[in-house]
Design a protein around this ligand. Structure first.
Ligand code: 6MZ
Length: 354
């Protein structure tokens, strides 16, 4: 194997094909897109737009100065910019193209539908239209969509989103593959949503749930026993972060892949330092994981950057980094045929670079 030190590690992490499995649409907006959306609002004579610009720039720039609760406040501000069919379309196209530019070849985008002119469908249709148009334009990335329910918004709206997911999971099964449960964990009881999550499973759709992003052992156990197809974060399952060995055992027993978001956890202060990140502990325990961004805009990162951080923090070899990226494909919600096609891209890169 060539000596990895001969490479510019930043360049090589960028050129490596990658799969992004945990990206919230509205958290992924770059400052460039945010400026575009502010201009769009200005052209519609929105008065408080300049106020918005300064708030968003400040919040997105001060990446090392946020708690998880403050992040949820940032999302509320960003949502004011993606409040029309046109702005949602622009946001989605931009996010897809930005991921493609850094050689993300497979993207599972997730977003929480909000009513536009009273309709959740309008929101989701705009996202799907953007995905379809990127396909038509042959942007080199396969994009799938998970609809999210925000735990802080209550069961009533969640029910509508679950029904929409099930209907689109049939009508547009080439794009809509399942459901994500996200939002502020501190503000709700996740078991209230379980009957809806069972409906998703019964419909044959995929399910991923934010789990143990903050510590709540009883809730974590309930989610793991529900056996979602993947979980997000899993931070306080790790024994190094005072998680219980019992929870780690349950995660391992059920072989549930975990979407890991390093910078997100550092910025939100749920993990003290990169070297303490549970990626290494999960690796040592044979827990399947995928490196992800969470909210690349809000946390000023990219998937290449997250791979680079893992590479440097834990002194992994290039071959290990490639295998993390390659294994992510196994945890995607793509069809077997799509996975086979994607594996060819990964193999080709390995042949030339590793
Ligand atoms: C939990 C998060 C999150 O859906 O409007 N979201 N939920 N933990 C996190 N860790 C930092 N980051 C983002 O994207 C923004 C929404 O995604 C969820 C929140 O519900 C946030 O409002 P969408 O596209």
């Amino acid at each position: 194997m060539p000596d990895t030190k001969m490479y510019d590690s930043s360049q090589i992490m960028n050129s490596m094909p990658k799969a992004e499995l945990h990206a919230h649409l509205n958290g992924s907006l770059s400052l460039l897109t945010i400026r575009k959306l502010i201009d769009l609002k200005s052209s519609h004579n929105c008065e408080d737009v300049h106020n918005l610009e300064s708030i968003i720039t400040k919040l997105c720039d001060e990446k090392h100065n946020k708690t998880l609760d403050e992040c949820f406040e940032v999302f509320k501000i960003i949502h004011q910019l993606t409040d029309s069919e046109k702005s949602i379309y622009i946001a989605t196209v931009d996010v897809i193209k930005e991921f493609a530019e850094e050689n993300v070849r497979y993207l599972e985008l997730r977003t929480t539908p909000r009513a536009i002119d009273g309709s959740l469908d309008t929101y989701v249709d705009a996202v799907i239209r953007a995905i379809d148009d990127c396909r038509k334009e042959k942007v080199p990335i396969l994009v799938k969509l998970l609809l999210s329910i925000d735990r802080s918004r209550g069961v009533e709206i969640a029910k509508k989103i679950v029904d929409l997911t099930i209907s689109l999971g049939h009508a547009r099964k080439d794009v809509v593959i399942g459901l994500d449960v996200s939002g502020n964990m501190a503000q709700s009881n996740v078991t209230d949503y379980f009957p809806l999550l069972h409906k998703i499973k019964e419909a044959g759709l995929k399910l991923t749930v934010h789990t143990a992003e903050i510590r709540n052992d009883a809730e974590t156990e309930a989610i793991l026993r529900l056996k979602p197809d993947r979980i997000g974060h899993g931070t306080f399952i790790s024994p190094s972060l005072i998680g219980s060995p019992h929870l780690l055992g349950l995660l391992k027993e059920n072989n549930i892949p975990v979407e890991l978001c390093l910078t997100s956890n550092i910025v939100c202060k749920t993990v003290p330092r990169y070297q303490d990140h549970h990626l290494k502990i999960f690796l040592d325990h044979g827990i399947p994981f995928s490196i992800c961004t969470d909210d690349k805009g809000v946390f000023s990162t990219s998937l290449s950057q997250e791979y680079l951080i893992a590479f440097r923090t834990f002194n992994f070899t290039l071959s290990s980094m490639w295998s993390f990226s390659r294994k992510s494909l196994d945890y995607t919600f793509a069809t077997e045929n799509e996975k086979e096609q994607l594996k060819k891209i990964w193999k080709e890169w390995e042949h030339e670079n590793v």
